[in-house]
Design a protein. Structure first.
Length: 247
């Protein structure tokens, strides 16, 4: 049975070992963000010991609980996994899966996770349908499941942003922030795929899967927003979504 979803972003700086000297000037921002992310993951862990990780990749993929990866590609060989399995790390494991593995170890080392990644080029309708199918699958299970949704907002919000500055980004991101905070499923489903790509809203597919996850509920989700800011010119939001019937 599906019981809760937590939304987090995916900056590698969440992992303390990856901060290094380059991130020293932003230590305070990272600490606040990390605390929010750990809180959201802890809420997931308090409700379910089985997790489904949702993020985007170059194709639809399922990555099983035996997956082991490393942050070596981001500078330090920090090894993580989706369960307690120990093995040779896959150097190509996608960032959302690495972040999920790190979080699992921090807040719920006994939890078992599986990743369901959606093609980053998927349309809004495909993303919403993906979420709705996942919800139906989890509701058919007898044990509780939590969903960890991983995605970043616009990466074009400042001159120091990864994709530089785009004057359209602030308004678009403000609407995304509003929709996420309000649990506005229709607004998330209506996000423009082309515009989001131009503004490097990498989390657009994940946000729309999240909308689909709650799409069949008569009552909108109850959303608790723990963080919403853009410390590096990239918009990050952390929140916990619960079915409205549980409110």
């Amino acid at each position: 049975m599906f019981c809760v979803a937590s939304l987090i972003p995916s900056p590698p700086a969440l992992v303390p070992e990856l901060g290094g000297a380059a991130g020293a000037a932003n230590d305070g921002d990272v600490a606040v963000l990390r605390t929010a992310v750990l809180t959201a993951a802890a809420e997931l862990a308090s409700r379910a010991s089985r997790w489904i990780v949702v993020g985007s990749d170059h194709a639809n993929r399922v990555i099983g609980a035996d997956a082991v990866g490393t942050f070596r590609g981001y500078g330090v060989d920090v090894r993580v996994g989706l369960s307690g399995v120990v093995g040779k790390p896959d150097p190509e494991l996608p960032l959302p899966v690495l972040i999920a593995g790190w979080l699992r170890a921090q807040v719920a080392p006994d939890a078992v996770a599986e990743a369901r990644l959606i093609d980053a080029e998927s349309s809004a309708a495909e993303c919403v349908a993906f979420g709705a199918r996942l919800r139906a699958e989890l509701d058919a299970e007898t044990e509780p499941y939590g969903v960890l949704v991983i995605g970043d907002g616009a990466a074009t919000l400042s001159l120091k942003a990864p994709r530089y500055f785009d004057e359209r980004a602030e308004g678009v991101q403000a609407e995304i922030d509003r929709a996420l905070a309000a649990g506005d499923r229709a607004a998330l489903a209506a996000l423009d795929q082309r515009l989001c790509a131009e503004l490097d809203v990498a989390g657009r597919p994940a946000y729309q899967v999240l909308a689909g996850l709650f799409d069949t509920d008569d009552i909108g989700p109850k959303v608790e927003t723990l963080y919403a800011a853009a410390p590096f010119g990239v918009a990050y939001q952390v929140s916990v979504w619960r079915p409205g019937s549980d409110a």
